[in-house]
Design a protein around this ligand. Structure first.
Ligand code: PYC
Length: 432
């Protein structure tokens, strides 16, 4: 059922930011000697909301923001059992791209890249999106064929991707070993110029500030412990901060998506595995693109501060553990050195893990469920952060209108029973 707008239309147009972030604003604030106002407000938990969003990561906060900004629905709560961005949104390696394998996937992630491109202006928040180009290396004829396939699908959807040879790869990344003597020689790469990296915390904080300015309530340290369902529809949620009545619950969690769905009696075809990552000490800027090698299970980019951010494959077991392991860092180091032997002396500072909810076809599950008023935006595997803006925009539209918009229609839960899978494994940067 569609929801009615309740937000103040003046706020909808401009947002009610307590302070504007600009060079002039910074100067004025410095002169005033006052504290900056809080970026997002604290509120007591209301006993009822029109919409409750479970999960304060980029997906949940973006959905809240677009509900209020695009549809005037602002009687909305975002609940997180920890602090916002403490799950996958703060643990990913911040890579954005739209060079997927299926037309459905390419269209969807391309819309996300477009929204990311204008996010800093839209949210009045510097999210530091750097479109520095993205290279997926091919080390075998089979992966070169997949790269060609992806390039053609990408181009047909208007996305800039092309297959390039080893000499062009070397020109883009002089430190890369592209010699035929390498253990896994580089035969070519899928080059995707619009891909890049972003400051992931800033994206979370920017959406939180934007949503709050439009009247959304953000409740951190508020765990959902149950979902009330009667006669096939949602009535409310039980939380560590008390019960909340609501007719709409959006499950926008990663890692805990099946546990939340179970509370509503909805079964999801999802398993959860950790994905580890690591960061080095800062070194001089030398790497101006993102590099991915599926064969060597490694991807790497260099931050604006000079650190190298690395990731590898998902751990080969299901678990809710978010700890790093010695096996991971040893395997990663070996693979990195095969690609870039010059990095032998760079020290790793930190490693961590996030949780990936894997679906059978490596595409997400989005939209309505058999329980009326219980919606899902889950099953993101290793692609979740890239999809934050488009998912938020689409789920907001789905809640406001009562039906999934075209762009997420292929990702419904019913596709598994219908056998209409959207196979995206071939576009994974990560080994599985
Ligand atoms: O799909 O680009 C990707 C990716 C990188 C790390 C995790 N997923």
């Amino acid at each position: 059922m569609p929801l009615r707008a309740n937000g103040d239309p003046r706020r909808r147009r401009r947002g009610g930011y307590p302070a504007r972030y600009s060079a002039a604003g910074l100067f004025r604030q410095g002169l005033s000697r006052k504290q900056w106002p809080r970026a997002w407000a604290h509120h007591p938990v209301r006993r009822s909301y029109d919409v409750v969003i479970v999960g304060g990561g980029v997906h949940g906060l973006a959905a809240a923001y677009y509900l209020a900004a695009n549809h005037g629905i602002s009687n909305v709560a975002v609940l997180d059992k920890g602090y916002i961005g403490s799950g996958g949104s703060g643990r990913n390696t911040a890579i954005l791209r739209s060079n997927y394998l299926t037309p459905e996937g390419v269209r969807f992630y391309n819309r996300s890249v477009q929204l990311y491109q204008r996010l800093a202006t839209e949210l009045d928040y510097n999210v530091m999106f750097s479109q520095r180009g993205h290279l997926t290396l091919a080390h075998s004829d089979a992966s070169l064929r997949t790269m060609r396939w992806r390039a053609e699908v990408n181009k047909a959807q208007g996305v800039d991707s092309e297959v390039i040879g080893p000499a062009e790869v070397k020109r883009l990344v002089p430190f890369l070993d592209v010699s035929t003597a390498a253990r896994y020689p580089v035969l070519g790469a899928l080059y995707h110029p619009p891909g890049g990296i972003i400051r992931h915390d800033a994206v979370v904080w920017g959406y939180a500030r934007g949503a709050s300015a439009h009247g959304v309530h953000i409740h951190q340290n508020t765990e959902v412990t149950g979902i009330d369902v009667a006669a096939g529809r949602v009535r409310g949620v039980k939380t560590s901060g008390g019960d909340i009545a609501t007719g709409v619950v959006l499950n926008a969690t990663a890692g805990w998506s099946t546990l939340i769905a179970d509370m509503a009696g909805v079964s999801l075809p999802v398993t959860t595995s950790p994905l580890q990552a690591a960061v080095t000490e800062p070194v001089k800027p030398f790497l101006s693109t993102v590099i991915v090698s599926g064969t060597l299970h490694v991807y790497v980019s260099q931050t604006d501060r000079g650190e190298l951010v690395f990731g590898a494959s998902v751990d080969p077991f299901t678990s809710y553990s978010m700890r790093g392991s010695l096996e991971f860092i040893e395997g990663l180091a070996g693979h990195v050195l095969q690609l870039m032997p010059a990095l032998g002396k760079v020290r790793v500072l930190r490693q961590w893990a996030g949780l990936c909810d894997m679906t059978p076809d490596f595409s997400p599950i989005m939209g309505n469920t058999p329980v009326e008023g219980f919606l899902v935006d889950v099953g993101w595997g290793t692609y979740g952060f890239k999809a934050g803006p488009v998912s938020g925009e689409a789920m907001a539209q789905c809640i406001a209108s009562g039906k999934p918009p075209e762009i997420i229609a292929p990702f419904g839960l019913d596709r598994f029973a219908a056998g209409a899978l959207v196979g995206e494994k071939g576009a994974a940067a990560v080994g599985h």
